[in-house]
Design a protein around this ligand. Structure first.
Ligand SMILES: [Zn+2]
Ligand SMILES: [Zn+2]
Length: 818
């Protein structure tokens, strides 16, 4: 066996194997292989943000560990990688970087700018994925902005349209006035902000009386269509049905009863506007109230706002409050903390506008979503309720159209004459209705020959929420169902409501089948201040800062070991440093083993002593535990057990205890030395096998130098996963070995406390074993104790005695003499 070199350069080793594995095609999915079972991963295609941060390191490490583990388990692993290119994020960035607004330049030119930016970002992120050592099959790479991908998105829309899941309707939608587009509930974030509650007098018609209304949105006064009170509220129930005058506007509206009015908020009287918030939407629908729109798409007051037309929302608020005050109708104001919805791309407060939009009927699937969520394995299990709760909380169907440029075109035209909706035929896609007319001569309804294209594009989740089917090869491969449903869908706690949910409703609607069999959830990465790591909070750490300095095998240990799967995990540099020290410890141990195995002959005769049996048995138990942990995606348990075993049991205890037998075969016998060689060879091999999914690079380097020639697998990554062999577990040897180790450890501890080097000789040691059973175990293994601790004269007594107690087994004590 070749010895390992003394020094090792982790980063150089990592880059070398990343390149070699790619050349060897280790990660290729074999479409022709019908023998091995398939394991398919529904890799989430990320938004190309250009950043590869510690959050990415966390989730990619999770599913890369699964991929590598499954390969070793003998699966034909499918680990694709796509990029979810479209969306607001890119458009906003293009607008910022080029200091333009999308409406100022032609759409195709704007799209080109988006594509260019996306390519730049993909290149940056791809480097991060490769550098992390992710075992992605790059032959599968795709981009959702490619027309070939549009084809799939559009086809799925057409199928769902024909199944009755898609409809166009005029409904209130969440609207971002900065991005000038509809957005889905999932794209609305909620923030605590300070607001002002204005107490405004509304005069009653035909009377001198007034009602006081408290509102945070006086700028909506022109859109006031009713005033509501709770019918159970004794203060106001007599007013129900009367007319009241809206100040400034001088229009009368009715006072209506609505049990959703909270009598304890403000004054208990509220104005219903179209639309100040989601509650207004419900009230308007329930009471069939008229709708007065007062906002333009870019967030200004329109002509319905009379003299305030053209003002921004905040300008209008200021002007209207001033006028109300001048009219003597403002009684008081007070500050309140309120939760408001903001656009998740630009943090602008979201408004509600009524617009013609395309929707997918998602709420009719809620029961099915819940049923399916219960059939799926969740890691961790409690995350399933997040999906179910989200589905149950949705008030509106999914608005899938966006008033944007950079998105998949909606394959629809409208007849100019009669307005008939013309949906593209399945065989027409990919198609951009803005560039092509429908491939028919005339409108089937009225015979008209002119058509208007749909200018809206799809929500980007329409692209990515068919990934399970697309990854499997739908609709092109006849055998796509071999890979569907996906075996594993990785998701983050922050995207359960989007990714996990949309995947579920799309695939249920399309195929009436669950999209994935299991869902692996990662938590958020927290910065040093305990808050979610983000650039704006200045607690952000970019992945290259860590990976380029400590190596990816160290960073991956932090990701795997930082906390339980699904929980939020703080980024702690000391964890990465500990990971780095572990690599050094592993390397030094492997190097020691390699120097002791120069003359190792696997076929030679050998004899195992107690401590050999002890460590071999423990290695078997470790195999069982690590296998169980990886099966359950408990990466932190796997890495902790592995590091403890390697560091303490193997290096600090076993190797130290057998050095004497290795160095002095003339004293202990050649077959005993070979027994140690066999044990070192076997246990180190087992350690690197079990560590291979988590820290693939250093383990491969050790394998290739020490074992590959002997074992014959071209890479550790494709070598079979060790099956835990319960017959090799030797409880008796473990118990006895534990006892001997405890004695050795205590003698060494005493040495350390006396500030003596570990190899310092001890003149005499007298052990009080406490009973004859312990005494005989210690006697049988006297040589290991004497050799490891460098004791000249060892006396073993079976009675109890004084001296220093052995921590782990306090019945035993000893007296030493230096
Ligand atoms: Zn926005
Ligand atoms: Zn027509």
């Amino acid at each position: 066996m070749k010895p390992l070199p003394k020094e090792f350069d982790a980063i150089e080793i990592e880059k070398k194997w990343q390149k070699k594995w790619e050349e060897m095609g280790v990660y290729r999915f074999d479409w022709k292989d019908k023998a091995r079972p398939i394991f398919s991963i529904d890799t989430p295609p990320p938004y190309p943000s250009g950043e590869f941060h510690m959050g990415n390191v966390l989730n990619w490490t999770y599913f890369d560990i699964v991929a590598r583990y499954r390969r070793m388990m003998g699966y034909n692993v499918y680990f694709p990688q796509g990029w979810d290119c479209h969306g607001l994020g890119i458009e906003v960035q293009v607008e910022i970087e080029n200091d333009i607004r999308k409406r100022e330049i032609p759409p195709d030119k704007f799209r080109k700018l988006c594509e260019k930016l996306v390519e730049k970002y993909i290149a940056m992120m791809k480097e991060g994925v490769i550098r992390l050592g992710c075992s992605v099959d790059w032959t599968t790479e795709y981009r959702t902005m490619d027309p070939d991908y549009w084809r799939r998105t559009q086809l799925s829309f057409i199928i769902l349209y024909n199944k009755g899941f898609m409809y166009q309707g005029t409904h209130p939608v969440n609207w971002c006035p900065r991005c000038e587009t509809a957005i889905a509930d999932a794209e609305v974030d909620y923030e605590e902000r300070e607001g002002t509650l204005h107490y405004i007098k509304f005069p009653l018609e035909n009377g001198h009386d007034h009602l006081l209304i408290a509102t945070t949105r006086p700028e909506f006064i022109h859109a006031c269509v009713a005033v509501a009170v709770n019918p159970m509220d004794d203060r106001f129930k007599n007013y129900v049905g009367r007319k009241i005058i809206v100040p400034i506007v001088n229009r009368t509206v009715e006072i209506i009863p609505d049990e959703n009015v909270d009598p304890s908020f403000g004054t208990g009287v509220v104005m219903i506007c179209t639309y100040g918030d989601k509650e207004d939407v419900k009230t308007v629908i329930k009471h069939k109230l008229p709708v007065i729109t007062i906002l333009t798409e870019n967030g200004k007051i329109n002509e319905n706002g009379a003299k305030y037309a053209g003002l921004t929302i905040s300008e209008a608020k200021e002007a209207i409050v001033k006028d109300i005050e001048a009219a003597g109708l403002l009684q008081k104001t007070e500050k309140i903390q309120q939760e408001i919805g903001v656009c998740d791309r630009c943090e602008t407060p979201v408004e509600i506008l009524e617009r013609k939009q395309w929707f997918m009927k998602t709420r009719i699937l809620t029961d099915k979503v819940e049923k399916t969520a219960n059939e799926i394995a969740w890691y961790p299990d409690y995350m399933k309720t997040r999906l179910v709760d989200w589905a149950r909380s949705l008030d509106w169907d999914w608005v899938i159209s966006r008033q944007r440029v950079f998105g998949t075109p909606i394959p629809i035209w409208y007849c100019k004459n009669c307005g008939e909706i013309l949906v593209a035929k399945e065989e027409w896609v990919p198609i951009d209705p803005k560039l092509e007319t429908p491939r028919i001569d005339k409108c089937p309804r009225c015979g008209g020959r002119e058509f208007t294209p749909e200018r809206d594009v799809f929500d980007t989740w329409m692209d990515s929420s068919i990934s399970c089917a697309v990854h499997a090869g739908w609709p092109d491969r006849e055998d796509w169902r071999r890979l569907f449903p996906a075996d594993l869908h990785p998701s983050g706690t922050d995207i359960i409501r989007t990714w996990a949910y949309y995947l579920m409703v799309r695939h249920l609607a399309l195929f009436d089948e669950k999209p994935y069999k299991s869902c692996l959830i990662n938590g958020m990465v927290l910065g040093l201040d305990g808050r979610k790591m983000s650039k704006s909070l200045k607690n952000y750490v970019a992945a290259p800062e860590v990976v380029d300095k400590y190596g990816t095998d160290a960073a991956r240990q932090w990701a795997a070991g930082g906390g339980a799967t699904g929980s939020d995990i703080p980024f702690r540099l000391p964890d990465v440093e500990y990971g780095r020290r572990f690599l050094t410890k592993l390397w030094n141990a492997a190097r020691f083993v390699s120097t002791q195995l120069k003359d190792y002959d696997a076929s030679g005769k050998y004899e195992l002593q107690l401590l050999d049996k002890w460590v071999l048995s423990k290695a078997e138990k470790l195999t069982q535990k690590v296998t169980d942990a990886l099966e359950k995606c408990q990466f932190n348990i796997a890495i902790e057990d592995l590091r403890n075993f390697t560091w303490h049991t193997f290096c600090d205890q076993y190797i130290e205890a057998v050095k004497d037998r290795l160095y002095k075969p003339e004293l202990y016998g050649e077959e005993t030395r070979r027994g140690v060689q066999f044990t070192l060879y076997t246990v180190l091999h087992r350690i690197i096998q079990l560590l291979a999914p988590i820290i693939p690079h250093i383990t491969e380097e050790i394998y290739q130098t020490m074992y590959a020639e002997d074992i014959g697998q071209k890479t550790l990554q494709l070598a079979p996963w060790p099956k835990p062999d319960l017959r090799k577990i030797d409880e008796e040897a473990e118990k006895k070995g534990e006892l001997v180790m405890a004695v050795i450890t205590e003698i060494r501890r005493e040495k350390a406390e006396k500030r003596k080097p570990l190899n310092a000789p001890i003149k005499r040691v007298k052990i009080y074993a406490g009973n004859s059973k312990f005494a005989s175990i210690i006697s049988e293994n006297k040589e290991d104790i004497v050799g490891t601790c460098k004791i000249s004269q060892l006396e073993i007594l079976s009675e109890k005695g004084g001296g220093r107690k052995v921590q782990e087994i306090p019945e035993i004590s000893f007296i030493s003499e230096y």
